[in-house]
Write a protein that binds this ligand. Structure first.
Ligand code: BGC
Length: 920
C-alpha cells in the first residue's frame, strides 16, 4: 500500500499548475485571438517574461522555492509553437545592464521593474516574423507598504504605455498578460485595444507553466474576477481616506465592491465581479428552483456548446427587499463549477443556500429587532448566471414577515461618530452610524468564570487529558501562575524549539511546561506555501487572489491537502494562513494574500483550504482578524466602521471558516477596531468569535502586536494583560518566554489585579486544546506512525553540503571576524572558515542595523558545518545599530565552516564576534 505521507512532488506541481490555469481570468478575446495555435510563432514582450513574480512580498511571499517557472520558458517547452528568439535575444542583451532590482529588503522592494523601451521599429520587425504578440506586465506589492494610485503601482509606467502602443500598433493579435497580485487600472485597454487581455496573477512556482497552458489552449480559461474592476481608482468609495495614518473610516458601510457598484454606480464598472471569458461557449439552464421555506435549491445544467473542452462557473446572486435596513442590489449566495466538459457535453450542478444567510444585521433597531440578524419581509429575487451583471432572474421567494434568524448583543460597535452610506431608493444617502452603548471592559470582567483553584502538581500530564484519562480543568489547575504566564508567550521567530526558520513556537515553551507533557507546537507562514527562513525549500503555491478566481472549492481543498502533507513532513502544526481579509480597496498592499471583495467566496474557499490541510491532521491559522485593510501605519491605525458592515462584510468569511472549515486557530491583527486594538478586543475575540460562533481554539496576536485597555488609550506591546483578558491567548512572539524578554505586563497585572488567574487558566485551556488537536501531541507521546517517519526520512536532502576552499580566519579572544565577503542580500549565503584554540560553548555576537521599521522581519541563519545552530532575527532598527546575540553551542575540533544565510535583504552588519562562554 502506498504511504499517504509521501509527497509526490510531480503530482503537487501538476495540481498547482492546474490551479494557476483555472485562476487566470480572460477579460477580452476579440476574434479568438487566443489561444496561440499549433505552428504559430509568438513574439514575447516585457521583461517579466524572464522575471515572473511568483508572489507579493513580506511574510506571505517568503517561500524558498526550488524553481519558479517563467512564462517564456513555459512557452518554449511547448513544441507545437515557436518563440521569436531574435526578440528574446534583444531582451537578454538589454537585461545584462538592467538586472532585476531586488530593492533594499522588507517593504523596500520596488513594486515594478524597469521596462525595456520598445521602439516602433522593434515592434514592426517582430510583427513581420510572427503571428501573435504576448506582452507581459508585472507588479508586486506586499506587507508594510500599500499600492499607490501612481505609475509603477496601480497605473502603468511610461515605458509600459510605450510598449503597448508600439506592439498594438504593429501587431493585429496582441495578448496582454498581467502578472500581478491584485487588480490594476485598466483604462489602457480602451486606449490600445489589444485583442486579448488575461490576468495571470501571481501563481507561485508553477505560475509561468499554468499561464502558458491557458495561452496555448491546453487549458481553456475558466477563472472569474473575484473583484470588480472600475474605470478609475477614484470610483471605489474606499479610496477617499485610504492611507490615513491614524484612522480609516469605512463610510461606504456594507457597500463594498460589487455591492456598491451594482447598487449605485453601474456605469463606473469596466469588468464586473464574476466576469471571465472562455475559449468555448456554454449555456446555463435552470432546471428547477425549489424553496422549502428555509433553503433555496437550484439545479442548473451547463452545456458546452462550443468546440473545445472547458469548465464553467455558475453563480447565484440575491436581491433582497430594501426593507427598512436597505440592501445591496446583489449579494452572492452560492457558486459552483463544472468538471471539464467536452464539446456537446453537459453537467447539472446543484446550488443551494439557506435563506438565513441573506439576513441583515440590524444595528440601529430600525426593524424593531435591534442587534439581531433579520430577514426582512418581501420578495427575494434570485439571479443565476456568470458575472454579477449577467446573472438572470431564475426565481424568487417571499418572506411573509420580518424574521429574526439570530439574536446577538451589540458588539464592537463604533465609538467615533461618523456617517455611513445607506441605500435610499438606489441613491446614496448617509446616516449616523449607531454608537456603542455599553462598557466593553465591564462586559469582559463580568464574563470571566472562576477557574478550579490551583492544586500544584498532581502528576497529570497533558497526554492523560488527550487520552481521556483526566479533565483539562484538572490538568490546568496544576500549573503555577508563572507557568500559566509562560504559556501565554509564544516564542520566535526562528525558535530552536521547533522546525528551523519558522515563525513561532507555542505550548511547551519552557522546561516546566514540557515536563507537564505540553509539547511545543510550531506555526509557519503562510499563506501560499511554507516559509522557513533558514533556506529550507518548500512548495510555493498560487496566491489568494488567483485561487479565489478559480471559484473552485474542490481544487482549493485538494491543493491544500498537499500543502497539509508538506506541513506534516516539516512538523508544522499550523500554517499562518489563509488570509481572509476583504479586498476593501485595490490599494491594500496585501491583497495578493487575500481572496476577494466578497465574503461568501472568501469564506467558502478558506473553509475548503482548511479541510484540505486537516486531512493530514494539521491546520491553518485564519488571519488577520479583522479589518487588516491598509498596510500603511498598520500597527497604529484604527478602523472605524459600523457593526453591521463589520459583521456582514468583514467577519463573515471568518465565521464560515470557523463553522464550515473547522478553524481552531485565529490570528488577530495589528490595528485597532473601533478604538480597541484587535488583540485586546473582548467583543471580537470572545463575544463574537467564541460566544456567538462557538470557536474553542486559540487566538494568537500578529507578530509583536499591541494591546490597549480602552478606547482612546494608546496601544502598547507591553500590554499583554489586555490581550489575555480578551482571550487573545498567545502573545506572538517572544525571544524567551521564561525571562519575559519582551517585558510584558503579565506579572505586574496579575499582582495588582488587572489580570486574574481565571483569565490565564481560560486561555491556557484554549492553547492546550489546540495543541492536543495538533500532530505534535501524538508525536510527543511517541505515537508517530512508521509511515510518517519513513516519509520524513526519505525526504532528507544534503543541500547544505559545504564545498569551501577559502582562507580560515582565526577566532582569538574576541577579535571580530573579517566580514568583507559577507553578502547580506535575500537568499545569499556566505561561507567563512573559522579556527580557534579553545573548544567550548560559544556565542555569536553581532552589531547590526537595518533601515526599516520595528515590525519588519530580517532573519539570518547561522550554520556550522552544514548544521543550523541558530538564527538571528532582527526587526528594522530605523537605522540604529543594535547588538544581537545567539548561542550557537559547542565549537569543537579547532576548525569549522561557518555559513551565514540571509532570508531577507536589509541587514547592515558592522561587526561579528564569537565569544567563548565556557571553555572545555
Ligand atoms: C504578518 C503576519 C505573519 C507574521 C509572522 C507579520 O508581519 O503580518 O501575517 O504571519 O508576521 O511572520
Amino acid at each position: 500500500m502506498s504511504n499517504p505521507y509521501k509527497i509526490d512532488w510531480n503530482e503537487y506541481a501538476a495540481l498547482a499548475r492546474q490551479a494557476v490555469a483555472e485562476g487566470c481570468v480572460l477579460l477580452k478575446n476579440d476574434d479568438k485571438a487566443l489561444p496561440i495555435r499549433k505552428g504559430e510563432r509568438v513574439s514575447v514582450f516585457g521583461r517579466i517574461q524572464f522575471d515572473y513574480y511568483k508572489s507579493g512580498t513580506g511574510s506571505g511571499g517568503a517561500v524558498n522555492t526550488r524553481y519558479v517557472t517563467n512564462i517564456l520558458d513555459a512557452l518554449k517547452e511547448n513544441k507545437d509553437i515557436s518563440v521569436n528568439e531574435e526578440l528574446e535575444q534583444t531582451y537578454r542583451d538589454w537585461l545584462k545592464d538592467h538586472p532585476f532590482e531586488k530593492g533594499m529588503g522588507w517593504a523596500q522592494e520596488p513594486w515594478c521593474q524597469e521596462e525595456m523601451p520598445v521602439t516602433k521599429e522593434l515592434a514592426e520587425q517582430a510583427a513581420a516574423k510572427s503571428d501573435i504578440a504576448v506582452v507581459i506586465i508585472g507588479r508586486t506589492a506586499g506587507e508594510d507598504k500599500d499600492n499607490s494610485a501612481a505609475e509603477g503601482s496601480y497605473l502603468l509606467t511610461a515605458a509600459e504605455h510605450q510598449m503597448l502602443k508600439e506592439v498594438c500598433g504593429a501587431f493585429k493579435r496582441v495578448a496582454v498578460l498581467l502578472n500581478v497580485g491584485n487588480i490594476m487600472d485598466m483604462k489602457w485597454v480602451k486606449e490600445y485595444d489589444p485583442a486579448a487581455v488575461l490576468y495571470v496573477w501571481q501563481g507561485g512556482q508553477e505560475g509561468g507553466a499554468g499561464a502558458a497552458d491557458v495561452l496555448t489552449g491546453t487549458v481553456t480559461p475558466c477563472g472569474k474576477l473575484s473583484d470588480t474592476i472600475a474605470l478609475d481608482i477614484s470610483d471605489y468609495p474606499s479610496t477617499e481616506g485610504f492611507g490615513d495614518p491614524t484612522r480609516v473610516i469605512y463610510k461606504e458601510d456594507i457597500y463594498v465592491g460589487y455591492r456598491y457598484f451594482e447598487t449605485f454606480a453601474k456605469d463606473c464598472v469596466l469588468y464586473p465581479f464574476g466576469y471571465g471569458l472562455s475559449y468555448t461557449t456554454f449555456t446555463r439552464t435552470v432546471e428547477s428552483f425549489d424553496f422549502d421555506g428555509e433553503t433555496v435549491t437550484e439545479k442548473v445544467t451547463v452545456k458546452n456548446t462550443g468546440d473545445v473542452q472547458g469548465k464553467e462557473v455558475v453563480t447565484v446572486f440575491v436581491e433582497a427587499p430594501q426593507g427598512k435596513l436597505g440592501k445591496a442590489a446583489r449579494s452572492l449566495a452560492a457558486f459552483a463549477k463544472t468538471e471539464t466538459l467536452q464539446p456537446g457535453e453537459s453537467e447539472t450542478l446543484t446550488l443551494t443556500f439557506p435563506i438565513a444567510n441573506l439576513a441583515s444585521y440590524d444595528d440601529s433597531g430600525v426593524t424593531g429587532h435591534r442587534f439581531c440578524y433579520v430577514l426582512e419581509s418581501g420578495a427575494y429575487n434570485v439571479y443565476t448566471g456568470g458575472c454579477v451583471r449577467g446573472a438572470k432572474l431564475s426565481g424568487s421567494f417571499e418572506v411573509k414577515e420580518d424574521t429574526v434568524t439570530r439574536t446577538c448583543v451589540q458588539a464592537c460597535a463604533p465609538v467615533t461618530k461618523f456617517d455611513r452610506m445607506v441605500n435610499h431608493n438606489n441613491t446614496i444617502a448617509f446616516e449616523p452610524a449607531p454608537q456603542r452603548e455599553y462598557d466593553m471592559a465591564a462586559r469582559s470582567a463580568a464574563a470571566l468564570k472562576p477557574a478550579k483553584p490551583y492544586t500544584g502538581d498532581k502528576g497529570i500530564k497533558l497526554g492523560d487529558v488527550f487520552d481521556g484519562k483526566a479533565e483539562l480543568e484538572d490538568f490546568v489547575a496544576q500549573l503555577s501562575d508563572e507557568d500559566l504566564i509562560c504559556l501565554m508567550r509564544g516564542e520566535g521567530m526562528n525558535s530552536p524549539k521547533v522546525t528551523a526558520g519558522t515563525a513561532g513556537a507555542f505550548g511547551g515553551v519552557t522546561e516546566n511546561l514540557v515536563n507537564f507533557g505540553i509539547p511545543t507546537a510550531c506555526c509557519a507562514d503562510g499563506p501560499s506555501g511554507i516559509r522557513m527562513d533558514c533556506g529550507t525549500i518548500a512548495f510555493s503555491l498560487p496566491n489568494g487572489t488567483l485561487l479565489a478566481c478559480t471559484f473552485n472549492e474542490k481544487l482549493n481543498e485538494e491543493l491544500f491537502a498537499m500543502q497539509g502533507k508538506e506541513q506534516r513532513k516539516n512538523r508544522i502544526d499550523t500554517l499562518l494562513g489563509p488570509g481572509l481579509n476583504i479586498h476593501r480597496s485595490p490599494l491594500n498592499g496585501r491583497n495578493f494574500e487575500y481572496f476577494s471583495e466578497d465574503p461568501l467566496l472568501t469564506g467558502k474557499l478558506a473553509a475548503a483550504q482548511l479541510r484540505g490541510m486537516r486531512r493530514f491532521g494539521v491546520t491553518g491559522t485564519i488571519k488577520h482578524f479583522a479589518c487588516n485593510n491598509q498596510e500603511f501605519k498598520r500597527t497604529e491605525i484604527d478602523s472605524v466602521l459600523s457593526e453591521r458592515a463589520l459583521r456582514e462584510i468583514y467577519l463573515r468569511a471568518f465565521e464560515t471558516a470557523v463553522k464550515e472549515g473547522g478553524a481552531y486557530s485565529v490570528m488577530s491583527t495589528y490595528g485597532g477596531l473601533n478604538g480597541i486594538w484587535t488583540a485586546s478586543n473582548f467583543d471580537l475575540l470572545t463575544t463574537i468569535l467564541r460566544d456567538e460562533w462557538g470557536f474553542i481554539g486559540t487566538v494568537m496576536t500578529d507578530w509583536w502586536a499591541k494591546g490597549n485597555d480602552r478606547e482612546g488609550e494608546e496601544a502598547t506591546r507591553e500590554n499583554v494583560a489586555a490581550q489575555v483578558r480578551a482571550q487573545n491567548d498567545l502573545n506572538m512572539v517572544n525571544a524567551d518566554a521564561a525571562s519575559n524578554s519582551q517585558h510584558d505586563n503579565l506579572d505586574d497585572a496579575l499582582a495588582d489585579g488587572r489580570l486574574t488567574r481565571d483569565a490565564l487558566v481560560r486561555s491556557a485551556m484554549n492553547i492546550c486544546r489546540t495543541v492536543m488537536n495538533s500532530p505534535v501531541m501524538e508525536r510527543s507521546l511517541g505515537r508517530m506512525s512508521d509511515e510518517e517517519r519513513e516519509a520524513a526520512e526519505a525526504e532528507k536532502t544534503s543541500e547544505d553540503y559545504v564545498d569551501f576552499n577559502g582562507e580560515y580566519q582565526f577566532i582569538d579572544g574576541e577579535a571580530p571576524l573579517d566580514i568583507s565577503a559577507v553578502n547580506t542580500e535575500k537568499g545569499a549565503s556566505t561561507i567563512l572558515g573559522i579556527r580557534y584554540k579553545k573548544n567550548g560553548l560559544y556565542k555569536f555576537v553581532m552589531r547590526v542595523k537595518a533601515n526599516a521599521n520595528e515590525v519588519a522581519q530580517i532573519p539570518m541563519s547561522i550554520f556550522i558545518d552544514g548544521n543550523l545552530r541558530g538564527m538571528v532575527m532582527i526587526n528594522g532598527t530605523n537605522g540604529e545599530v543594535v547588538t544581537a546575540e545567539q548561542d550557537i553551542g559547542v565549537l569543537f575540533g579547532g576548525t569549522n565552516y561557518l555559513k551565514l544565510y540571509f532570508g531577507q535583504t536589509g541587514m547592515e552588519i558592522e561587526e561579528i564576534k564569537f565569544v567563548c562562554t565556557q571553555a572545555f
